[in-house]
Design a protein around this ligand. Sequence first.
Ligand SMILES: [Mg+2]
Length: 226
Amino acid sequence: MRAVLFDLDGTLHDRAAGLVAFVRDQFIRFGIDPKQLNRFVSRFIALDANGKVWKTEVYSQLIKEFELMGSPTVEALVKEYLGLYPGFAMPMADAKYVLEILKTRQIVVGIVTNGRSDLQRSVITALGFDALVSAIVISEEVGVRKPQREIFDRALKKLGVSAAETIFVGDDAVADIEGALNAGLYTVAFHCVAPEEVTSTNTLREVLQAIDSRFDTHHLATGNAA
Ligand SMILES: [Mg+2]
């Protein structure tokens, strides 16, 4: 059995692009002064810190800085984010293509992501990844987060594969790369700084090449033709 585990945000899911589209739409509906649109979007993106800061804090700050129609509460804005964001989610270029290719090659695929279960599951569904992955492991559901080793172990167990036959692909130097290396996984860095021994890629097509060469090399090295 051969397997690939992917991070979600910034790897299969272009969260940066989806978030800008969602925030623009939200400001157009709530913002009083249209001239503030670009500043609102950039403040949201800065406060969000790549999803590391929960939206309650982001919106608490934004409602202090901007005048919004109907003076919505933080709770109302967070609820809107959870409900509407998935409709703005965009896949990373070639994400679906790569998942489909892996499926035709009978390589099992899983997603390992930190975050809220409801949101991440809605995003995965919205992007049409459900049918292409065999396991979804979300930190809120399992009570452990990347880079903790346990979350990687949980994903391997769910797929029924060993660390030695699995590749991990992610875009966060600590959560993904350090975490996956520590869990004993062959690791591919996508758009991030990584140690020299880690394969670095900038497109998902390159990730596919890295996956191919890793598995081929593995087969040659072990003489295993399966
Ligand atoms: Mg990520």
